[in-house]
Design a protein around this ligand. Structure first.
Ligand code: ADP
Length: 401
């Protein structure tokens, strides 16, 4: 079966067509600037990337363009839409309602809408993508795969905030965590690579991209993770502050003449390594600037690494040990310097890094030495493949993982 995987944002949409038999990507790309002007990027497997500037006022028109590209006689990868067996949609927030992926029905959509208070920027955009696909492919089964679902196994002591309990009961204020599809995929892959049973491993996954989070996976279940009610909590990220004393938001608002939403926007969009360095949110730019003597870029990298080290320590404590640490996502897969610096602070765990292995980029590799007490791996994440697998499992009636 071919699965169309859709990750829909408010003005952009990423897509892939994946064959479930071979797990090959048949085509992938994205639509950008939906509702503004419009740009389609389309790349068939082994073919050239095509970029088309074309008006796409709505998501439905954007998805229609994707479909047209997929069935195009010359560069398409399928003959007709009948060759798409199912659609898997990434949905950011499932609240406490979804501990697993789910087949999309009217009732399911209503339940996701009820979670929209928790993700006002993301969930409505995800659902626009769902509805547009439903209109264009009314007979095709669709599945929602949630960023939060994997973390629903966290115990209460990990997910409750120290605020009045009735806010949890009335407003669902608690830690949910994100990047769940990635943390689940990477931790399972690590167990496979190490040839250890997933159900008996203590793994810490560091998903370090523009958005970044750490997850403690014990016996195959997420027991804690660094993002919270929203993706703002936890690590210092590209542009997000991560953990901060909430009083700082009040002070920033007062001094900058902002309301609370304005101050939170600063913490989401103008903070992190970007805000600290004043250079960039991109680690390649930060490394170059630091090498050229930019001290703020250098300190931004140190702050980033230090927070990762602290979370690894916290999660080793939370699990009463750790067998394996994984690095993934843009920074985790490519930036040997960050991995080296983080691991250098973990010698108390008996971690030793193989410098040569750590030079590799973007591939599955064990970067710890054979003697290292804790295994350290780079495992490139593949959220689209994980969504496609979940989709096939649900469509074939096997239930979600
Ligand atoms: P997201 O999905 O959260 O947007 P990614 O996982 O794609 O992010 O990561 C993007 C980030 O990865 C970039 O902002 C950049 O900081 C970092 N990155 C990508 N390639 C490299 C590289 N070769 N070296 C260092 N950092 C890199």
């Amino acid at each position: 079966m071919n699965v169309l995987v859709i990750n829909c944002g408010s003005s952009s949409l990423k897509y892939q067509v994946i064959s479930s038999e071979t797990e090959d990507v048949l085509a992938k790309g994205l639509c950008e600037r939906i509702g503004i002007d419009g740009r389609l990027v389309y790349q068939p497997a082994g073919g050239e990337k095509e970029i088309t500037e074309a008006s796409m006022p709505t998501h439905k028109q954007a998805i229609q363009m994707v479909i047209d590209a997929l069935v195009n006689k010359k560069t398409g990868v399928i003959n007709s839409l009948d060759e798409i067996g199912a659609v898997g949609h990434r949905i950011v927030h499932g609240g406490e309602k979804f501990a697993a992926s789910a087949i999309i029905t009217d009732e399911m959509i209503q339940t996701v809408e009820a979670c929209s208070d928790l993700a006002p920027l993301h969930n409505p955009a995800n659902l626009i993508g769902v509805r547009a696909c439903q209109e264009l492919m009314p007979d095709t089964t669709m599945v929602g795969v949630f960023d939060t679902a994997f973390h629903q196994t966290m115990p209460q002591e990990a997910y409750l905030y120290g605020v009045p309990y009735e806010y949890y009961e009335k407003y669902s204020v608690r830690k949910y965590g994100f990047h769940g599809t990635s943390h689940s995929y990477v931790s399972k892959r690590a167990a496979d690579i190490l040839q250890k049973p997933y159900e008996s491993l203590k793994t810490i996954v560091c998903h370090l991209g523009n958005g970044a989070s750490v997850c403690a996976v014990k016996n195959g279940q997420s027991v804690d993770t660094s993002m919270g009610l929203s993706p703002l909590e936890g690590l210092v990220m590209g542009t997000r502050s991560g953990d901060i004393d909430p009083s700082a938001a009040e002070l920033i608002a007062k001094k900058e003449g902002l309301d609370l939403a304005g101050a939170i926007n600063v913490l989401n969009k103008k903070s992190g390594v970007m805000g600290l360095s004043g250079v960039s949110s991109d680690f390649r730019d930060l490394s170059s600037a630091a090498e050229e003597g930019n001290t703020r870029a250098a300190i931004a990298l140190k702050v980033f690494n230090y927070r990762v080290v602290k979370y690894i320590g916290a999660y080793a404590a939370a699990m009463n040990g750790v067998d394996c640490i994984c690095f993934t996502a843009g920074v985790g897969e490519n930036d040997g310097y960050v991995r080296k610096e983080v691991c250098a602070s973990l010698s108390y765990l008996g971690i030793e890094i193989d410098e040569e292995a750590n030079k590799k980029r973007g591939e599955e590799v064990v970067i710890s030495t054979p003697d290292s007490r804790v295994k350290v791996l780079v495992v490139p994440t593949n959220e689209e493949l994980a969504i496609a697998r979940e989709t096939v499992m649900l469509v074939s009636g096997q239930g979600a993982s």
